[in-house]
Design a protein around this ligand. Sequence first.
Ligand SMILES: Nc1ncnc2c1ncn2[C@@H]1O[C@H](COP(=O)(O)OP(=O)(O)OP(=O)(O)O)[C@@H](O)[C@H]1O
Length: 368
Amino acid sequence: MNSIEIRFKHKLGNVNFDIDIRIPNRGITSVFGKSGAGKTTLINVIAGLNTPVEGRVTVSGKTLFCSDTKVNIPVHKRKIGYVFQDSRLFPHYNVKRNLLYGVSQLDLQHFANIITLLDLSPLLKRYPSQLSGGEKQRVAIGRALLSKPSVLLMDEPLASLDIPLKKEVLPYLEHLAHEIELPIIYVSHSLFELVHLANHIAVLDNGVAIAAGPLETVWSTPALMQWQTADNQSSLFEASITDHNKEYALTQLQLTRGVLLWVPELTMMVSSKLRVQVSASDVSITLNKPTQTSIHNILPAKIVEILPLEGEFNGKNVLVKLELAEECFLLSSITTWARDELALKEGVRIFAQIKKVNVTQKDIKQKA
Ligand SMILES: Nc1ncnc2c1ncn2[C@@H]1O[C@H](COP(=O)(O)OP(=O)(O)OP(=O)(O)O)[C@@H](O)[C@H]1O
């Protein structure tokens, strides 16, 4: 009941769509995949902009489309917010009129909340030609939210922005995801946006969902590993804060029961949840626990798999999958020389030394 269910079959061009996924009714779910994989088509089916030949779409138990029972709620009655790549604002209306366009009954409190959330107050009297690309997208997001949708669809909302503008809008999206109680389905093909924004992910390939689930789980599957270059493989964890060490300005994180890491001090309360990313090239392997080292994070682990690396690292480096605890894995990238010298193979117990831990998303508890 508390999910968005999308099941449909359809043919567009050369792509035969066969989708059957459930998306959680909260947090940000990224629809991810190559160009032409079917991402826009998937959200258009939810919005009612594409009508599949067969299938069913439900949001929180409400059927929007069902080919069996011949239900097909019109686009404007689906209570869907949609933000496109380009903001699609009316050039002859100022920001306030653009925001209110299509709002039949104005809820002043809701309006004030959205203005604050997206920091739109200074822009209200300006016309779209007087806004930057990032500001236009904030207005477009505000307009979509003002209709009080039950789900917000975003089709690569940062794609048309250059990198400085992307960086300007991203914090608003992160903030939005924390503050609003609304599922967001976010089309993207940027790994950076994924690790900063998404809680869940559905990976599409040629009209089929090849993986779906919490991002930390799907991250280490082939569906997403193939997107990370050989020298850029990493592990993602949902961690919780267990302690602070004020004297040394450090914070302790728990990745899973019994697996603890120290990171530079975070101004978050104990038990807050956050996402951390560890680059495989920041993890080295030793057979014995080092005693005289400046590295704080040294964890016992077992080698479960040794994978060859492709591309320029082919034959020079390998990716070692380490089990830190049950269902808790860490990747390490080491040279084939180190592998041979230490006689590393599956089943060998080692120590993983972690040089750097990046916090990529804070307060994910509220969103997940
Ligand atoms: N109206 C249409 N008529 C014919 N083929 C279409 C139509 N719309 C989409 N397609 C095809 O369906 C496939 C999926 O398109 P879609 O736009 O959903 O992909 P996408 O993953 O969003 O791609 P991109 O990242 O490039 O936006 C593509 O092969 C596309 O050419």
